[in-house]
Ligand binder design. Sequence first.
Ligand code: MRU
Length: 352
Amino acid sequence: MSLEAIRYECGRLEILDQLRLPFESVYEPIKTVGEGWEAIKRMKVRGAPAIAIVGTLSMAVELKSKQFQSSEEVVDFVTSSFDYLKTSRPTAVNLSEAANRFSLQARELAGHHPDDPETVKSRLITDIESMLKKDVADNKSIGEHGANHIASSLAGSEKARVLTHCNTGSLASAGYGTALGVIRALHEKGILEHAFCTETRPYNQGTRLTAYELVYEKIPSTLIADSMAAALMREKKLSAVVVGADRVVANGDTANKIGTYQLAVAANYHKIPFYVAAPFTTIDMSRASGADIVIEERPAEELTAIQGIRIAAPGIECWNPAFDVTPAELITGGIITERGVFMPNELPSQTV
Ligand code: MRU
């Protein structure tokens, strides 16, 4: 059984508190939109797809527990909840995409059933619940397409050696994962020789979460510090670098965890194919280029301390952007989606 970041059954939502991993597995109930917002902001749950699912399910759970006099009241609750949830973390697009989609659906349902708030509620909740299954199915397709694409570039009986960044696995999604899903699929097909993961400073998603998932799944793997990536590319003959995404915009520029850009630069220098793995819900055609992406800045304490223990010299100033933007031209392998692998310039024709 694979790790579960999100547990949901019959209106009960629980999340695995990722702040306590890898040492403790503690599930925490989420009963309201406020609790969902808090869990996302504090990064108890993180990763673009998981943020969207937990945010949206927190709204569904509270919606289920409430009584409404009219369908219009349901629409007001849904839209105001989503407006609030969207303020939790700005860079990943998935929560905004789900918020816009379900707000529109609530309005349409209310138009058809103006005096039946229970029908509007229940139809909306059923559709929101289907996000969990769809995310796992999409991730499995991403894994399949990505593994086949990478396999086709290997010579003879060669096996793949893949570097990934941050955490994009079961813990960042409803299950299986995106970039880590590609590594998982390569392993399942017997064509993975080795996976490498970066520690992903400052928040250490690689050390704490990806390393945990790789060990849990018994995938042959090695942890490196972020500063070792270029040396790894020169010394260890990588087949591909595969990362996730928080927002892919119209020209293919991609926001992902801070450090992704430098990996893409180094991969290009070493002529190693650089892939982004993401579902279509991460593609944002409303923004033209990476310059239009809002990059979240996180507290300095994430940089100056590890697990509450200060490591930085007192008095130093800090800059702590949580994400960076990789220009489309550096995504040389392609963007691996649930519908296939596309070059960045092919995306617009895939989203019409
Ligand atoms: O700050 P985080 O941990 O939410 O950042 C996560 C990432 O950047 C992931 O690569 C991205 O969300 C894709 S997760 C499938």
